[in-house]
Design a protein around this ligand. Sequence first.
Ligand code: AMP
Length: 214
Amino acid sequence: MNIVLIAPPASGKGTQAKMLKDKYNLYHLSTGDLLRNISKDGSELGIKVKSIIDEGKLIDDDLMIEIVKEKIYSIKSNGIIFDGFPRTLNQAIKLDEMLKEINKKIDNVIVLEIDKEIALKRSIGRVACSNCGNIYNIYFDDLKNPLKCNNCNNELIKRNDDTEEKFNLRFDSYVKNSKKLIEYYEKKNIVNFVSSLNDKETVFAEIKNIINRG
Ligand code: AMP
């Protein structure tokens, strides 16, 4: 089972992807996480990737496709949850070609929907644990210590692109690119829309229903 999650920034995409991974034993392929790791390695590529992410822009398609290709050919799992890829129509077409080569396909596309104002609040309040990766919101979550993770007590950090200015750029880029992407998958009849306004368990229950319907 291969699933694509399409969603605006700060809509809970990463959280739902992790829940799906645990429930269905899938490989969680987050291109945002992959790129953030590359950006930390100090290489020339890492420095370039970091500046693009920090500006709230998209990495170019060729590089993105290369990175994903290398990953999906090496993954041995029940299936993959694609979190943050594809983000453009070109990436979606190339992903289908790559999967076809290994006799696989995308079975389900989940589109999370959220209002821009609410996503903005989620973005500027978002912090993640530097150790276990748990994600919190300083406005909505009950943190025992505002700077420490409730789960493992390690430092909570904020993403450089979680500012109002960068959020606006990322949201607008999402609106521009996702339309054609969703239309592409709608022609294949594999798209389902889920409201991301509810709490994460309710959103997840809806996603599970969609997946179990097959
Ligand atoms: P995310 O964690 O999914 O919000 O991604 C963080 C950032 O990584 C994005 O704002 C982009 O700069 C970059 N990125 C992630 N996935 C892609 C992709 N499929 N294509 C281009 N850029 C990407």
